[in-house]
Ligand binder design. Structure first.
Ligand code: GCW
Length: 683
């Protein structure tokens, strides 16, 4: 397996052979106790043993007994008192404690899980310590995940393609077959579990013809095997379903949620699924969105639609993840009062309190669609009596498509830390997602995956950091972007030498670099329609998608104010409403999202909008050029495979950035007639 394939679960031996000798007494013995009926326990032991062997070459003596989820590495007798103490604690199911001895003689480490799942997470934590060559003495670690649901959405289709996939084809399907024989799926489950992911929806939210049949006899036996594979790593399996399935499968003539025949159909379907997959997670649904069927067809609302499915699943403990990406995608660009950003809130907010408690509304982080810069969706947290979870996109659809480096943890951190002020100061997104602010029964975060069957999973090797970072942040949103980037870089490129430090720096700069050479100041889009990678300033300007910048010879931006615009700002709690409504208070980075301003408008930075556009676009390219040189310096310090892959992609990024710079600068120079104050080359 190549280094790229191993990702952060690296199998590389420590170079420090002296250290291997020092840890031999500790890592040479593994004594585990688990519930033998829990496959997760066996996975935890296997990971620990394999991890120790790959880092050190030591093959530990393993004993396994049946009992509470616990592992002692090293001197078992010495650990006795610690074990006894820990046995008195009650940990949460997914929580764990790691304690180790002080000093060198008869060293031990105790890993204690709230369940086999907790133990598995403890093992991966310990392997992270080995992978970063951290100290193993005096450990006293206690962890529980902040978010109950830490989920991944695959946008994989059964023909083997991946919607918005930038790393090859699907690892799950090919030509309408489930690729059960492939060890990739198992290794993917390991990667996900190692960063704490505990749920996955394995097919695209756009459920096409063949995928509609995933919930029938044709595929359920295979889905059950997939569920087992993931279940072994503590990951619950969900399916995306087609709202019109009762019709598409030829059974009924309607999919009206209030029709008794339809309700019965879904109840029968649920029992059929749970008969085969007892721990099935539930359904993910994209309804009435981008031409997908949904309750609107029958004059019903989204609560009617979601509750019908929720009732069918309730008996089995299943959940409905109902997406709020509902907007009019047949808009008229001439109509400046219509605002796509308003849609989710307008549709869902009035329904607060009407959803069953096994429904969770899944809300994209921003009100538009995963642009490099958007405000946080005002719907998030605005429904006190309705479970919610936030959806991020790990796949870089609008953020460089895994050709350009863009470390999205920086973006997600800003969203998580955003204070909605919905219940006074401190009403942050992370406290809403975790169910602390409102007492949600279920909540959490979900991420659209960025992996495919490319050998290195993510196309760009550095895009692995986004998958890693998503999991780590879902586990603990208080981790910083720096901590996550540095952890990933050390695990992936070893902690020796200067590579990890350089990669960390590059990752941390990358979000701002990407933003600087693409669409300015929060206005978004300006990408090639449908593909969403390269620059096309007016590509979406006269389209039906609701994605406009309104640039003319005087100015640019979308007026979303209450006083003169679409009124979108009214969807925020007062403090944020006033901040966004006022041109003086609106943060620079979002000024064109909320306001239409002249090119000569002066930002808080002291620059005019037009000069800001020129400066950031010139700088963006310079910063990418600097990366290209810095990377070249590392040529002899990185394995050639990853060195070349990254060098090649940095080259592509440089070209992309130049094209963006020249098109954007030229476009706005021609619109505004205002020259660059520094007289640089504009065409
Ligand atoms: O970002 C947009 C994508 C669509 C996607 C949709 C969604 C799965 O361009 O490809 O469809 O969002 O989130 O439903």
């Amino acid at each position: 397996k190549s280094r790229g394939y191993q990702a952060w679960l690296t199998e590389e031996r420590w170079k420090n052979t002296a250290r291997i000798e020092t840890v031999r007494p500790l890592l040479g013995v593994v004594s585990a106790s688990v519930n033998p009926e829990q496959a997760v326990g066996a996975a935890a032991i296997e990971e620990m043993v394999n991890g120790i062997t790959s880092f050190t070459g030591i093959h530990p003596d393993v004993t396994v007994t049946s009992g509470p989820a616990l592992m002692v590495i090293g001197a078992k007798e010495k650990a006795e008192s610690v074990v006894q103490e820990l046995n008195m604690y009650t940990l949460k199911e997914e929580g764990y404690v790691i304690r180790s001895s002080r000093g060198q003689s008869s060293p031990f480490v105790v890993l204690f899980g709230g369940s086999e799942k907790g133990l598995l997470y403890a093992v991966f934590h310990f392997l992270r310590l080995l992978g970063t060559e951290a100290e193993l003495e005096n450990l006293n670690i206690a962890q529980t995940p902040r978010n109950a649901l830490r989920m991944i959405n695959q946008w994989d289709n059964m023909d083997g393609s991946v919607e918005r996939g930038y790393s090859g084809g699907s690892i799950f399907y090919r030509e309408n077959r489930v690729l059960l024989e492939s060890s990739r799926i198992r290794d993917y489950a390991r990667l996900l579990a190692s960063v704490g992911i505990n749920a996955i929806a394995v097919n695209n939210v756009n459920v096409h013809h063949e995928e509609t049949r995933l919930i029938t006899d044709a595929y359920l036996p295979d889905v059950a095997k997939l569920a087992d594979l993931f279940g072994r790593y503590g990951i619950r399996l969900f399916l995306s379903v087609n709202y019109a399935a009762p019709m598409e499968l030829g059974d009924l003539s309607t999919a009206d949620p209030l029709d008794e025949g339809v309700q019965q159909w879904w109840r029968d379907k649920a029992s059929e699924i749970y008969r085969r997959i007892p721990d099935f997670g539930g359904f993910l649904v994209k309804a009435d969105s981008e031409n997908r069927p949904g309750p609107f067809t029958y004059g019903r609302d989204h609560a009617d639609g979601a509750n019908m499915l929720a009732d069918a699943l309730a008996h089995w403990g299943g959940l409905v993840l109902w997406r709020c990406f509902v907007y009019d995608c047949h808009q008229d660009w001439r109509d400046r009062q219509m605002d796509r950003a308003r849609a989710a809130y307008d549709h869902f907010r009035p329904l607060d309190g009407r959803f069953r408690d096994n429904v969770i509304l899944q809300i994209k982080n921003g009100p538009m669609d995963f642009q490099v810069r958007e405000p946080v969706s005002p719907l998030f947290g605005a429904m006190e009596h309705t479970n919610q979870m936030m959806e991020f996109q790990i796949a870089q659809e609008y953020t460089g498509q895994q050709r350009d480096v863009c470390f999205l943890v920086s973006q997600w951190k800003q969203a998580m830390d955003f204070d909605t002020c919905l219940k006074g100061p401190g009403s942050t997104v992370k406290r809403i997602a975790s169910g602390e602010l409102h007492s949600y029964r279920y909540s959490g975060v979900t991420g659209v995956s960025n992996i495919g069957d490319d050998d290195n999973w993510t196309g760009h090797p550095l895009a692995q950091a986004n998958l890693y970072g998503f999991g780590r942040l879902a586990w603990d949103p208080d981790l910083t972007a720096e901590e996550i980037a540095s952890e990933w870089s050390k695990l992936t490129f070893t902690s020796e030498g200067r590579v990890a430090a350089m990669v960390t720096e590059l990752l941390l700069e990358s979000y701002s670099v990407y933003e600087s050479y693409t669409a300015p100041l929060g206005v978004g889009w300006m990408v090639q329609p449908h593909y969403h990678y390269a620059v096309d300033v007016d590509g979406y300007e006269y389209s039906k998608w609701g994605t406009y910048h309104f640039a003319d010879c005087y100015g640019i931006g979308v007026d979303r104010t209450i006083s003169t615009g679409t009124g979108y700002t009214s969807q925020y709690a007062p403090v944020n409403r006033e901040r966004y409504e006022s041109l003086e208070k609106c943060p620079d980075e979002l000024v064109l999202f909320f306001h239409h301003v002249p090119y000569t408008h002066v930002l808080h930075s002291g620059k005019t909008v037009i000069q800001h556009i020129y400066d950031t676009h010139f700088e963006g390219v310079e910063r990418v050029e600097a990366w290209v040189h810095r990377w070249q310096e590392l040529k002899n310090e990185v394995d050639s495979e990853r060195y070349e892959q990254i060098a090649e992609r940095l080259g592509w990024q440089e070209n992309n950035a130049k094209q963006w710079r020249d098109v954007i600068n030229t476009y706005f120079y021609r619109k505004s007639g205002i020259s660059d104050a520094r007289g640089r080359r504009i065409y």
